[in-house]
Design a protein around this ligand. Structure first.
Ligand SMILES: Cc1cc2nc3c(=O)[nH]c(=O)nc-3n(C[C@H](O)[C@H](O)[C@H](O)COP(=O)(O)OP(=O)(O)OC[C@H]3O[C@@H](n4cnc5c(N)ncnc54)[C@H](O)[C@@H]3O)c2cc1C
Length: 396
């Protein structure tokens, strides 16, 4: 089949990988003029880890990964006030766990497919028209193409979804926070293999030291702190971060300076979930964040999106050309599981970026208890477990 995938994030190229293995012809359509390698460090385990193994990419993933030793919560002077040993992750996953920049993971997967697919950077689907024997796609560049299937893997603000399903507001559940992330070189303070995080009511900053003298930074803040309307360009976003964090303690001032001079992409978005009643319409199907974004709060959106890609490709293979049957099976297998993941992520929302000093204190106290392995295993075990049996489409 000829299959178009809109979105070359992590999930679109993962689907491309599995479709190529099934002998399909793939076109990737990516709005950005280049491959986007931004984002903060992600924890990678469970379903995503298994899929990367099945793709033969786990060695590369581990080579780019970091074995985090400690999650450290600090106060305004940088002194440790909470946190826990990251041993719990290795213990609960039997060592099948690593942490790596989202952009490195995306790059590893894209590199595995880029020579074998047609990639249209700087383009986007402008109109979709379903016919009985194909889906006609008009691109912004003006071209019109017919495909057997169109996949919207274009993220939280999916254009494919808005074109066919309707306006974003009908499907988006904002969680009340924003997230921003960037990468900079030469940041003078380094703590190898430690996630460092500093919180004030309704906002937090984190940093993670990487190889080659690079550092990743993450800001999280309550939507109510945004000084004006949501900014849509880099200048506006940087100004908003300055307004929100300019008077914060710890290394806020230095980190904002690093942001000012960084020449890498600033990722900046709402923390939201997406809930769409039916993931496919005719010959168009949604995947990853476009279909069922679990949000940053779930901590595993990338792995879950990769799972959706693997299952969609597998069901297309199994259905041997019966597209409606494949799309139905894909959704039936995954939707209940994703809905549960979303519900547990929502339950964590208030502890994620506590709104009060007391909330921050409670969080610090709880993480201090995690010095005891059984307590750590209890708290982390639930969020590390995936109640989903990954189908085996390759008859291994
Ligand atoms: C640069 C970047 C940085 C990120 N950083 C973080 C982070 O720090 N923390 C976090 O929790 N999540 C982050 N995310 C989101 C995270 O990658 C996803 O939640 C998760 O990996 C699921 O991925 P996805 O492929 O479904 O969506 P995404 O990773 O969002 O990928 C969607 C892709 O579609 C492209 N796209 C969007 N609209 C169009 C359009 N109209 N036409 C064509 N292409 C389009 C985007 O440019 C992007 O490449 C980031 C996403 C990106 C793109």
């Amino acid at each position: 089949m000829k299959i178009a995938i809109q979105g070359a994030g992590v999930v679109g190229p993962t689907l491309a990988f599995w479709l190529l293995r099934g002998g399909h012809e793939v076109t990737l359509i990516e709005q950005a003029p280049y491959f986007r390698a931004g984002g903060y460090v992600i924890d990678f385990w469970g379903l995503g880890y298994t899929i990367a193994e099945r793709m033969g990419l786990i060695e590369a993933v581990r080579a780019h990964g970091y074995q985090v030793e400690e999650v450290r919560l600090v106060n305004e002077r940088g002194a440790r006030v909470g946190g826990f040993s990251a041993d719990v992750f290795g213990r609960m996953t039997k060592g099948r766990f690593t942490s790596l920049p989202r952009g490195d993971l995306a790059r590893i997967i894209f590199d595995a497919v880029q020579d074998k697919v047609e990639t249209r950077f700087g383009d986007s689907v402008a109109a979709i028209s379903d016919a009985s024997d194909g889906v006609d796609v008009t691109l912004e560049s003006g071209a019109t193409r017919r495909f057997d299937l169109l996949v919207g893997a274009d993220g939280l603000h999916s254009r494919v979804r808005s074109l066919l399903w309707g306006a974003q507001t009908a499907f988006e559940r904002p969680m009340g926070f924003y997230v921003a992330a960037f990468r900079a070189s030469g940041y003078p303070r380094r703590d190898e293999n430690v996630y460092l995080s500093y919180a004030e009511p309704g906002r937090s900053i984190a940093r993670f030291s990487m190889r080659n003298d690079e550092t990743l930074f993450l800001f999280i803040f309550a939507a109510a702190r945004l000084p004006g309307a949501e900014p849509h360009d880099d200048a506006g976003r940087k100004a908003a971060l300055k307004a929100i964090f300019g008077a914060s303690g710890w290394e806020a001032r230095e980190i904002l300076e690093a942001l000012e001079s960084a020449d890498t992409e600033l990722y900046f978005d709402r923390v939201s979930q997406i809930e769409v009643l039916h993931w496919s319409l005719g010959r168009t199907v949604l995947l990853g964040d476009a279909a069922a974004c679990v949000s940053l709060l779930a901590g595993e959106g990338t792995g879950l999106g990769m799972t959706e890609a693997y299952v969609l490709a597998g069901e297309l293979q199994r259905a041997a050309g019966d597209i409606p049957a494949a799309l139905k099976a894909y959704e039936a297998r995954l939707r209940p599981f994703l809905l549960k993941k979303q519900a547990s992520a929502r339950a964590l929302a208030s502890s994620f970026a506590p709104a009060t000093g007391f909330g921050i204190w409670v969080r610090q106290a709880v993480t201090r208890l995690m010095v005891f392995p059984p307590v750590a295993d209890f708290f982390m075990g639930r969020s590390l477990r995936d109640d989903f049996d990954l189908p085996d489409y390759e008859g291994r």
